[in-house]
Design a protein. Structure first.
Length: 383
């Protein structure tokens, strides 16, 4: 004991103080570790995924076509005496458009009517002679040959009457053709002739064109793959069609598909599809270029996920982080289709009821416990 005390007395004072400090520090570290609180779970924003019914649309180029169109052409030749319409105005079916000089056709009608009257008189004489010969042949006053000749003359007279009646009808039709009327109702174009112009039935150019604008057609070149998708869904001739006009505005009316070609264009791989619009405001004009959005498929239980909740891996695959019932993070590989507004159409990997992490992704990883905060569709915290 005396030796130990002596050896301690021989140690430097600074070495003893250092050892004491190390002992005190060790005790303090042990006390701090025992009393330190656990780190709280990371707060993340989640959106509960739900299924909804949606329409899948695709956009195509289209051209407006008139519902009905009629080129005005003369049926007979002559001088234009008058034009009875205002260019660019609306005309009704049967309205007088042009008047061709009818003088020659009136004379032809009068000549045909005179020829008919002459033939009718000749036929009456032939009929009376045939009737008389029928009675005389009974008493052998005339021969049977004379009677047969009289009967034949009467029948020939009847045939000439029919020919004369046809001539009268033809002349009356030609006279009526001097009045050129509107075959349909619609907007009439500018006139290619004026009063005093000579026209003929064989001319190649139309005098004017009438187009019916309401309703109106839109011809769409649709890829064959989209047509097949619509046919499989039973939506090929009942789909709604919406239009974007050349100035970027949208047409307020909704059209419907009315017709689809039965063949595919070998050069473009497209099918011509026709949609019909009421066009009550006359905004659609024939030849106008439009963009048509067509409903190609209807999904009753589609999964739409916010785009910020889907991430892309370096290999191009998509994944989502969800929060399970134990508030733990799970990684899910997902397959997404098209973008619809600010959401992805999820083809596989997510189901209704999954809580998808849309905020705080950089703070968590699979397996971590988190504190989920529910967000609504607009991104506001619902808690």
């Amino acid at each position: 004991m005396g030796r130990t005390i002596a050896s301690l007395r021989r140690r430097p004072l600074w070495l003893m103080i250092g050892g004491l400090l190390v002992s005190l520090a060790g005790c303090r570290d042990s006390s701090d570790q025992a009393g330190a609180p656990a780190r709280p779970p990371a707060i993340v924003d989640v959106v509960t995924v739900d299924s909804t019914a949606i329409d899948i649309t695709e956009s195509y180029a289209g051209r407006v076509a008139a519902y009905r169109s009629a080129e005005i052409r003369p049926q007979v030749g002559g001088i234009i005496l008058a034009r009875s319409f205002e260019e660019g105005s609306h005309v009704e079916e049967g309205d007088l458009l042009y008047q061709i000089d009818p003088s020659r056709y009136k004379a032809e009608l009068a000549s045909a009517q005179s020829e008919l009257a002459l033939e009718q008189a000749n036929a009456r004489s032939a009929r009376l002679l045939a009737e008389r010969y029928r009675e005389l042949v009974k008493s052998s006053a005339v021969s049977r040959q004379d009677m047969d000749n009289a009967e034949a003359a009467w029948k020939q007279a009847q045939a000439r009457i029919q020919a004369a009646e046809a001539s009268v009808q033809s002349a009356r039709i030609n006279l009526d053709y001097t009045r050129i009327t509107a075959p349909i109702s619609g907007i009439i174009s500018r006139s290619s002739v004026t009063e005093g112009a000579l026209v003929s039935a064989a001319q190649s150019g139309a005098l004017a064109t009438i187009r019916q604008l309401s309703p109106a057609y839109v011809d769409i070149r649709q890829p064959a793959s989209s047509v097949l998708k619509m046919k499989r869904s039973g939506n090929d001739l009942t789909a709604d069609v919406r239009l974007q006009l050349e100035d970027g505005s949208s047409l307020g009316e909704v059209g419907t598909l009315k017709f689809s070609e039965s063949s595919v264009d070998e050069g473009t791989g497209t099918v011509n599809v026709r949609a019909q619009f009421d066009n009550s405001d006359k905004l659609l004009l024939p030849g106008m270029f439009v963009r048509a959005s067509v409903v190609v498929e209807h999904l009753d239980q589609a999964i739409l996920a916010p785009q910020q909740g889907i991430t892309r891996l370096p290999n191009g695959a998509a994944q989502a982080l969800i929060v399970n019932a134990d508030n733990q993070v799970e990684s899910r590989p997902v397959e997404v289709g098209r973008a619809i507004a600010d959401r992805w159409l999820v083809l596989s990997g997510l189901a209704a009821g999954d809580r998808l992490i849309v905020g705080g992704l950089q703070k968590v990883q699979a397996g971590a416990t988190v504190d989920p905060r529910e967000q609504n569709a607009t991104g506001a915290d619902t808690q």
